[in-house]
Ligand binder design. Structure first.
Ligand code: ZN
Length: 370
């Protein structure tokens, strides 16, 4: 069973690698074909400079305007694609490999101990990757394609030949956005002039029909993918997380169990308690099945990947704000479900806040002479 699973994974990996080479080549061929038909056959030979025997009047302004818009959309689409390829190849968002001799129970949890909350197992340990010999930061998934853990991994995209992750998701959305604008434009232009040509000249060239079919196919694909991806951004759930959306999550929250603190709460949901250092202990709680720990609000969810201002959403140079996050509250902003748990148990950032304000009060009372 394990052998056949391994074999299947290896076959899938090989297939994806082959597709990752073939699909970009097909895309390039498709762009070349669309450019030839739309610029040369439609704009130049049909609109700007029609043959005398066709009886058509030249329509230079229309031809040039359509040609310019086509070139702008093609350029934007190509730039988005190249930017996506560049980020995929230079910074796919992988987690460093640990020492091969590292073991879960002896590895240092230091990067997690500064956090108010993190996803953990039933013993309160962060999630461990046996293949990378390292801890998985929240939302990390081990990619069999790369053989590495990838932060906020979404999926392997054969069209771009790489992983869609925390670092590449924004550029993938831009690629899809300009993809559906470009293919939608090609589809409308070619369909309108094909209808006109068949009406006026009773001619239906096969080259035009092929482009209509290709443009319709890729428009439906890119538009569908764009809507799905944007929806997933709005609910802050990756494709990997979507597959386990009914799962419960164990979350380690900074704090002490209600029995030993002043907060009165129900202890039945506490999985365990972990003492990380004399001053830092965590209680482990479970979310309800279907709760998304990172669903803050649709607007903030989108902004965390696309950018804080709408203009940043279109900027191919700016990286996602979640990559600049350096907040001790957690690897990512916590959603309502987790915030409710924090308030209910006086733990996590609620506990961190009260400890921080207590420390501030203490330091002020020391500095003021009585
Ligand atoms: Zn891994």
């Amino acid at each position: 069973m394990a052998f056949s699973e391994e074999r299947q994974q290896s076959l899938d990996k090989r297939m994806n690698q082959i597709m990752a080479i073939i699909l970009p080549l097909l895309e390039a061929a498709g762009l070349g074909y669309a450019t030839y038909v739309l610029i040369y056959l439609v704009c130049i030979h049909y609109l700007i400079n029609p043959a005398a025997d066709t009886g058509l009047e030249p329509r230079r302004a229309t031809g040039i305007a359509l040609l310019v818009v086509y070139c702008v959309l093609l350029l934007l689409f190509c730039l988005a694609f190249l930017r996506l390829l560049q980020v995929i190849s230079t910074n796919p968002g992988v987690v460093p490999r640990g020492n091969p001799s590292s073991e879960k129970h002896s590895a240092s949890t230091k990067p997690f101990d500064r956090l108010d909350a993190y996803i953990c197992d039933y013993q309160g340990f962060p999630i461990w990757c046996n293949k990378c010999h390292n801890w998985k930061p929240d939302r990390t998934h081990h990619s069999s394609q790369l053989g590495r853990c990838v932060r906020r991994m979404d999926h392997f995209c054969p069209y771009a030949g790489g992983i869609i992750s925390q670092t590449t998701h924004k550029f993938f959305v831009q690629f899809l956005f300009y993809g559906f604008l470009y293919t939608g434009y090609v589809l409308i232009v070619i369909a309108v002039f094909f209808a006109e040509r068949s009406r006026k000249m009773h001619s239906k060239p096969a080259t035009w029909i092929v482009l209509i079919a290709l443009a319709a196919l890729f428009f439906l694909f890119t538009f569908g993918m764009f809507m799905t991806t944007f929806y997933q951004l709005a609910i802050n759930r990756t494709t990997v997380e979507e597959m386990g959306k009914h799962d419960v999550h164990n979350i380690a929250l900074l704090g002490r169990s209600p029995a030993s603190s002043t907060t009165s709460s129900n202890q039945s949901n506490i999985v365990c308690e972990v003492q990380r250092s004399p001053s830092r202990s965590y209680i482990v709680l479970q979310t309800q099945p279907g709760d998304n720990p990172w669903d803050v609000h649709w607007k903030q969810n989108i902004q965390s990947i696309m950018g804080n201002r709408v203009i940043d959403w279109f900027n191919p140079l700016k990286i996602s704000p979640c990559l600049n996050r350096n907040d001790s509250e957690g690897e990512f902003a916590w959603g309502i479900a987790v915030r409710n748990l924090m308030e209910e148990y006086g733990a996590g950032s609620a506990y961190g806040r009260s400890r921080r304000s207590h420390r501030r009060r203490k330091s002020r009372s020391v500095s003021i002479p009585s």
